[in-house]
Design a binder for this molecule. Structure first.
Ligand SMILES: *Cc1c(COP(=O)(O)O)cnc(C)c1O
Length: 461
């Protein structure tokens, strides 16, 4: 027998139900792509083979979650399922008060309305689409205070989600701490490619914000994935459990918005959490206007049951190793084919550097949008753009031109196999081989808000 230097590991679950996929021909995909205006968001999922559009709400629930689902209490007020969800949030995250919402952006809307006044500044470790929009709609201005390394796709710094305290300090000096209602900290920064913030950096930020009386609001959508990276990379945490790291991260912040559709292994749901009674009071009032009573916030009782179980499963060490491990496998496979990807490989997906992949296209020819369309055409794998289209326009109407122009291969949790990962990497390699012949796109329809969802394009001649 060959000598092994390393033993393989596999998913800590097995399958007991499968969903059959439709296989398509290239001609069918070409037609579907044209009808979708070269926007992968506008494809029918029926025409998609492997769907890597997002890891949001695409999770496979466990048998424990499905059985909890059946016990959902659909009472309008005081549902016992709400109290279970509340208990799980308190136990695993440690926040004092919670309000369920139908998804993360609903929590962002309510929180932004409560905390942000016109003219306020909201610093954050890189923007997120819905988060920034709600900050702006509430009259605030987002300021990016992430470290410069995060904007460099080839920089391999292990904590590209870190805050540059110098950048925060100059904002405080310029505007005064009173103009900064909170610093928004995302764990495992989505827009940086799923990159973590270190505990050391978060502690330093806590110290600084305490001194200036500024809150930290935690966008905790992928907190457990961030905790996994801390366990793997940060000195002193090698032996710590993900569960304990998650709790420590939360303890360094004053409140949170959560999209349970990511980390928490469900298909819909979210919440707003805070340690401040006043903020909770007001949020409890506002949630009734936008979502529903404060004990269901737009969710069915069964959804709250599934979230309570999902939160617990998400902080399991074996789960996170398999989850992030699968993403890493795909990234390493792409690297072997010479594909330019963002390094280090992120927690929820592999991000291909479209500027480096298609260097002959200008940013106004939408390289990432183009590449996502070409990959779909090749194999039916659906990815999405994270570049100039996603970045949208400034309040004054000018385009944002982000440094990063990426195609995101987001991996749903517990859904696809290692063989699927092989097929994906092979497809990207095929497109890479003929990259010089690929032409860019022009935008022919642009919606006013979050344009990447509905914009339409045509191929340049
Ligand atoms: C998905 C996401 C949100 C918004 O949550 P929804 O549930 O999609 O409304 C906010 N922040 C980050 C980092 C996200 O990934």
């Amino acid at each position: 027998m060959a000598k092994l230097d390393k033993r393989s590991w596999a998913e800590p679950y097995k399958m007991k139900m499968v969903e059959l996929l439709k296989m398509t021909t290239k001609a069918q995909r070409a037609k579907a792509l044209k009808e979708a205006g070269f926007n992968t968001f506008l494809l029918h999922s029926d025409d998609v083979y492997i769907d890597l559009l997002t890891d949001s709400g695409t999770n496979a629930m466990s048998d424990d979650q499905w059985s909890a689902f059946m016990t959902g209490d659909e009472a309008y007020a005081g549902s016992k399922s709400f109290y279970k969800m509340e208990k799980a949030v308190k136990e695993y995250y440690g926040y004092k008060y919670i309000i369920p919402t139908h998804q993360g952006r609903a929590a962002e809307n309510i929180l932004s309305q409560i905390l942000i006044k016109k003219g306020d500044i909201v610093p954050g470790n890189m923007y997120f689409t819905t988060t920034r929009l709600h900050q702006e709609l509430a009259g605030g201005k987002f300021e990016d205070i992430i470290i410069d390394e995060a904007h460099d796709a080839s920089n391999e710094f292990p904590f590209k989600g870190n805050v540059d305290l110098g950048k925060l300090e100059s904002l405080v000096k310029k505007h005064g701490a009173a103009k900064i209602p909170y610093v928004c900290i995302a764990t495992n920064v989505n827009m940086a490619g799923g990159q973590p913030i270190s505990m050391e950096n978060l502690k330093a930020l806590r110290k600084y914000t305490h001194k200036h009386g500024i809150r930290i609001i935690h966008d905790m959508t992928r907190v457990a994935e961030n905790a996994y990276f801390i366990q793997q990379r940060e000195k002193g945490y090698e032996k710590a459990k993900i569960k304990d790291i998650v709790k420590e991260i939360c303890s360094l912040t004053d409140g949170a918005t959560m999209s349970a559709k990511k980390d928490a292994l469900v298909n819909i749901g979210g919440f707003l959490a805070t340690n401040e009674w006043d903020v909770f009071e007001e949020a409890r009032n506002l949630v009734v206007v936008y979502e529903g009573l404060h004990t269901y916030g737009g969710l069915a009782g069964r959804d709250m049951e599934a979230i309570a179980v999902g939160i617990k499963e998400s902080v399991n060490d074996f789960h996170q190793r398999a989850r992030v491990g699968q993403v890493e496998y795909l990234g390493m496979k792409m690297e072997q084919y010479g594909i330019p990807i963002v390094k280090p490989i992120g927690g929820h997906g592999v991000f291909v550097d479209a500027k480096a992949f298609l260097p002959h296209l200008t940013q106004d020819q939408f390289p990432a949008q183009t590449l996502a369309a070409e990959i779909y055409l090749d194999s039916g794998v659906r990815t999405m753009e994270r570049g100039v289209v996603s970045a949208g326009r400034k309040p004054n109407g000018e385009n944002y031109y982000p440094k990063l122009e990426l195609v995101r291969f987001t991996i749903p949790r517990r859904v696809y196999t290692q063989a699927h990962m092989d097929v994906i990497a092979e497809s990207v390699a095929m497109v890479y081989d003929k990259r010089k012949k690929i032409k860019g796109l022009k935008m022919v329809y642009e919606p006013k808000y979050l344009r990447f969802f509905q914009a339409k394009f045509e191929r340049l001649k």
